[in-house]
Design a protein. Structure first.
Length: 298
């Protein structure tokens, strides 16, 4: 152990997980030459080759695989300890890292965060807008506010409401009707492969498998913008489409697309005072918008 420290172990783990120096450098926030130099120095100190340098990338040797496996266990233990210690924090102050999607951040979250600030002004929020589910187990975020049919078992929280989806078209599309038989005649704005798990993507594959895609996107916010511009028909969460005056519904909410909105945290963090306060206040504020989420028209 005199020849290694946690930085060495983490370096080897990231290279093993990413398969190369360049992606490892991006993950660690350093440059390529730094990763190259540190790896060579680490191998020299150990007297063991950890990676085979291949044209396709860096492949761990048997020693490299064992080291990465043990480093991963250490990282998991450190993350678990970090969560447990954070769970004992009784202060109603400090920073909470919150991850959510662009659409929720833009259309739903501001009133909830304002309610939190009014109730607990010493709690600060770092808002991380991302399409993927950041890893709460590794403290990439403390709270996730996300649509999810079935949240991961390691997370706990509250189901706010069902999330309705419907088909929308630009108000400029006079020819578009609510008759589904006509929909294949129009171009569509569709989710890309990264959203292939969503109810919208599954419904399109089942009911309109040969539809012409005018645009694909990994963002429902971008799909909304394209719909407003008249690129084609688009299936959107009702809380987005109904709020956009330049779009009109051409269908009722479609049950096969339906999801649910959750506010989630890791089970080890739920006793942390600021996390508990955040969950209480933000969940209550989002619940007050339940009619929008459910697609209920005024």
């Amino acid at each position: 152990m005199q020849n290694m420290n946690w930085d060495d172990l983490r370096l080897a783990l990231v290279i093993a997980d990413t398969g190369g120096l360049a992606p490892a450098a991006r993950a660690l926030g350093v440059n390529h030459s730094t990763v190259y130099r540190r790896l060579n120095a680490f191998e020299d100190r150990l007297g063991v080759r950890l990676f085979d340098r291949l044209a396709s990338g860096y492949a761990p040797t048997a020693a490299g695989t064992e080291l990465a496996d043990r480093a991963r266990k250490i990282a998991d233990d450190v993350s678990a300890l970090d969560r447990r210690l954070a769970g004992e924090d009784l202060r109603l102050s400090g920073t909470i890292a919150v991850t959510t999607t662009d659409t929720i951040a833009q259309h739903l979250l501001a009133p909830a965060l304002e309610a939190l600030h009014q109730t607990h002004p010493d709690i600060e929020v770092d808002l991380l807008v991302a399409s993927d589910f950041l890893n709460l187990s590794k403290r990439q975020a403390d709270v996730a506010i996300r649509p999810s049919a079935e949240p991961p078992e390691t997370l706990v929280g509250r189901r706010i409401s069902e999330m309705a989806f419907a088909v929308y078209g630009s108000v400029a599309f006079d020819a578009v009707t609510s008759d589904p038989q006509t929909w294949p005649d129009h171009p569509w704005i569709v989710p890309d492969d990264s959203l292939g798990h969503t109810g919208v993507a599954q419904w399109l594959r089942t009911h309109l498998p040969t539809v012409r895609a005018a645009m694909r996107s990994n963002s429902f916010a971008a799909m909304e913008t394209a719909g407003v511009a008249g690129y084609g028909l688009v299936a959107l969460p009702c809380f987005i489409g109904d709020a956009q005056p330049r779009l009109r519904r051409v269908s009722d909410p479609i049950s096969e697309m339906e999801g649910a909105l959750w506010v989630l945290t890791h089970e080890d963090l739920r006793r942390t005072a600021r996390i508990r306060a955040f969950m209480d206040v933000v969940s209550a504020a989002l619940t007050r918008q339940k009619h929008r989420l459910a697609g209920v028209l005024a």
